[in-house]
Design a protein around this ligand. Structure first.
Ligand code: AP5
Length: 219
């Protein structure tokens, strides 16, 4: 069951991907996480990506597609995957199709997490991340037990540099101009499942798990 999570920044893709990949035994590939780790490590990819990420722009395809193609090809068909944050434009979607074809595999479902712009902004500007273990919080919706401190590893929480309100607005514009076309691309292929992501974390989780269960049974 190869899965893509599509949707605007702040739709809750990362939160759901973390839980659902564990529950469903899928390999979670988040291009945002991979790029942030590269920036942190100061690798050549990270140095290239940083200036785009800070501005809320997409990192050029030539940097991103190889990262994903390599991970999928290496894994082969050993484990199904959940792609979170990729593809983000038509070119990336086509590269993904070709990569899967090469390993005799295909996409099974694309979950489109639909959320209002107002909700997305409120979620992103209130998000806090643990630099130690990567746990994700929200100051109002998913607060840590002790303000500013990670429940899991005790490190001080940080805000993502691209979660400042102006950068969030830019990211939402980039999504509308470059990524939203993928909704129609996958709808035409009969792969799209729309999830109303304005609801609570648990409700969204249950809907996706239920849909995955019925797709697995129908295979
Ligand atoms: P990336 O890390 O992928 O960011 P994004 O797509 O903008 O998504 P976010 O992580 O901001 O939001 P999310 O939907 O995962 O929400 P989350 O679950 O965290 O990409 C970052 C950058 O990397 C891009 O801007 C680009 O520069 C580059 N990049 C990445 N992939 C690329 C690609 N393929 N091509 C080119 N460039 C690429 O939730 C957000 C907050 O809301 C959290 O605080 C969470 O606790 C809370 N929350 C989540 N769900 C709920 C809920 N149901 N109710 C209440 N609160 C909730």
């Amino acid at each position: 069951m190869n899965v893509v999570f599509l949707g605007p920044p702040g739709a809750g893709k990362g939160t759901q991907a973390e839980a659902i990949s564990k529950q469903a035994g899928l390999k979670h590939i988040s291009t945002g996480d991979v790029l942030r780790a590269a920036v942190e490590a100061g690798t050549p990819v990270g140095l290239k990506a940083k200036k785009y990420m800070e501005k809320g722009l997409l990192v050029p395809d030539e940097v991103v597609v190889d990262i994903v193609a390599e991970r999928i090809s290496k894994n082969g068909r050993a484990k199904s995957f959940l792609l979170d944050g990729f593809p983000r434009n038509l070119n990336q979607a086509k590269v993904l199709d070709e990569t899967l074809k090469r390993i005799n595999s295909k996409l099974d479902v694309v979950f489109y997490f639909a959320v209002s712009e107002e909700t997305a902004i409120a979620r992103l500007t209130g998000r806090w991340i643990c630099p130690g273990c990567g746990a994700n919080y929200h100051q109002a919706y998913m607060p840590p037990q002790k303000s500013g401190i990670c429940d899991k590893c005790g490190k001080a929480l940080q805000q993502r540099p691209d979660d400042k309100v102006e950068t969030v607005k830019e990211r939402l514009e980039v999504y509308k101009k470059q990524t939203a076309d993928l909704i129609e691309y996958y709808e035409r292929q009969g792969l799209l499942k729309k999830v109303s992501a304005d609801r609570g974390v648990e409700e969204v989780y249950r809907e996706v798990i239920k849909a995955l269960d019925s797709l697995t049974k129908g295979k």
